[in-house]
Design a binder for this molecule. Structure first.
Ligand code: PLP
Length: 487
């Protein structure tokens, strides 16, 4: 076999190598627990093994696969390892992997309905399916349960960060009556989120050109870590009295730090009273509403102008897939619609279709609805609920074990699958505990600060994470805590 190739991969070669790649992925799933969860390489180690210059002649695919094993794999942190408990999960699943491959094979660019009608219509339908599965307010659907068309709807964004920025842009459009788009930002504006809001919120404010100073950080209740609505009200009233226009409130349902849930009902009433856009960021937690017993997560959502949640975190759909909904699409389209001559087409002119390029920042878009479709059909509502319930139950057990060990304390409510805990006392031993846990390669956890104290986060939610993995993690945490005490 020659070492070099020229030209395109033939369908026959694609078939051969494609089988090898699918086998590689299946083998990876089978042996994933044999890898250290957290990559052990040092900075620069991977680059040092890559050729300094690109190849002049094409290489065979076998060579690429060999390098994946030898060069790339040591530098991979195994997000799909069942003992990955860091950050929040990024679920990958068989049906989503294969559907993503189909999307790559089709190579569709669905910026407008006309550029691939199935890409748009499947996405509209999946977002309606997901709204039904999660019990979201009917206003967020394209088609209401009675078959009539609404003014709301959903779109797949790459990430919750993009969804949050999109919400800021739509809210600005509404708050300024379109002037922001026409004339730029001329007035004084304010955006509100709790001190526990995700970092993508200040970033969205910066990207929207509002300036960091427009973000009002609302204090949280130290016990719940949830936004204090009384403080929000005071801030909005003070801004209005000073001639500042309150643009948007971002409420978090499931904060990144501790999974705290802001009181959306109370926040929503304040927003209604003052005509402020309410966006609910439920990136991690929102998908848990697939379980009827967790539908309380949607309390107050009827007041929300927009909402986002990430099936790519905890609903078995490979990254990237954020579901972003608006109750009334006019402000969003008003903010982002652009129709140059080269995009004009009869379907768009008819007004009978959705052109998703007007629903987000970029023009081009992948056919991501395929993977959501595959996941929902493969697992069914029942399978999705079982996935969430398994992790919620494991987290409740973990929290009870932590609470029963007098060396430790649980430091925040744990309504879902994240448990925040620490060794009682100073930060130092907690930092040491985390470092030693992660050095084992057996598990991977990250940290946060709760009311100023260094805290370990154990986020359960991997596609293949079972109760036994959580039991083992707790065993390891106890062992290392004991050895630290002895040492
Ligand atoms: N919002 C919340 C509440 C999150 O927890 C996260 C990430 O964990 C994000 C936003 C950002 O998510 P993404 O990576 O999809 O931008």
């Amino acid at each position: 076999m020659a070492d070099q190739v020229s030209g395109h991969m033939t369908p026959e070669e694609l078939r051969r190598y494609g089988r090898q790649v699918v086998d590689w992925i299946a083998d990876y799933q089978e042996k994933i627990e044999s890898f250290p969860v957290l990559s052990q390489v040092s900075p620069g180690e991977i680059r040092a093994q890559l050729p300094a210059h690109p190849p002049e002649r094409g290489e065979r695919f076998e060579a690429i696969l060999t390098d994946v094993d030898q060069v790339i794999m040591p530098g991979v942190t195994h997000w799909q390892h069942p003992s990955f408990f860091a950050y929040y999960p990024a679920n990958a699943s068989g049906p989503a992997i294969l559907a993503d491959l189909l999307s790559a094979g089709l190579g569709v660019q669905g910026m407008a309905w006309a550029t691939s009608p199935a890409c748009t219509e499947l996405e509209q339908h999946m977002l309606d399916w997901l709204a039904e599965l999660l019990g979201l307010p009917v206003a967020f659907r394209f088609t209401r349960p009675d078959g009539t068309d609404g003014n709301g709807g959903g779109v797949i964004q790459d990430t919750a960060s993009t969804a949050n920025l999109t919400a800021v842009l739509a809210a600005l459009h509404r708050a300024t009556g379109g002037a922001a788009r026409r004339d730029g930002l001329t007035g004084r504006y304010a955006v509100y989120a709790s001190s526990q809001g995700n970092s993508s919120i200040p970033k969205a404010v910066i990207m929207a050109g509002l300036g960091e100073g427009t973000l009002r950080t609302v204090d949280v209740d130290p016990a719940t870590q949830a936004l204090d609505p009384a403080r929000l009200r005071r801030l909005i009233e003070a801004d209005r009295a000073a001639g500042v226009i309150p643009v948007l409130v971002v409420a978090s349902v499931g904060t990144t730090s501790t999974s705290a849930v802001d009181p959306v009902q109370a926040i929503g009433r304040i927003c209604r009273e003052h005509g402020v856009w309410l966006h609910v960021d439920a990136a991690y937690a929102g998908v848990a509403a697939v379980c009827p017993e967790l539908r309380w997560l949607n309390d107050g959502l009827e007041h929300a102008d927009s909402f986002c949640t990430n099936p790519h975190k905890w609903l078995l759909t490979n990254f990237d897939c954020d579901a972003f909904y608006v109750a009334d699409r006019s402000a969003l389209l008003g903010a982002l619609s652009i129709l140059p001559e080269y995009l004009r087409n009869a379907a768009t002119e008819s007004g009978a279709v959705v052109d998703y390029r007007d629903w987000h920042i970029q023009l081009g878009r992948r056919f991501r609805a395929l993977k959501l479709w595959a996941v929902i059909r493969w697992y069914g509502a029942e399978g999705l609920r079982a996935h969430i319930r398994r992790h919620v139950a494991a987290a409740a057990d973990l929290a009870s074990w932590v609470a029963a060990d007098e060396r430790f304390e649980v430091v925040a409510p744990h309504p879902l699958s994240l448990v925040c805990f620490r060794l009682r006392g100073p930060d130092g031993p907690n930092e040491g505990l985390l470092a030693r846990l992660n050095e084992t390669g057996e598990i991977y956890l990250t940290h946060t600060r709760v009311n100023g104290a260094y805290t370990l986060r154990l986020a359960i939610g991997g596609t293949h994470t079972e109760h036994r993995h959580v039991e083992r993690a707790w065993q390891l945490i106890q062992q290392i805590a004991s050895s630290m005490r002895e040492g």
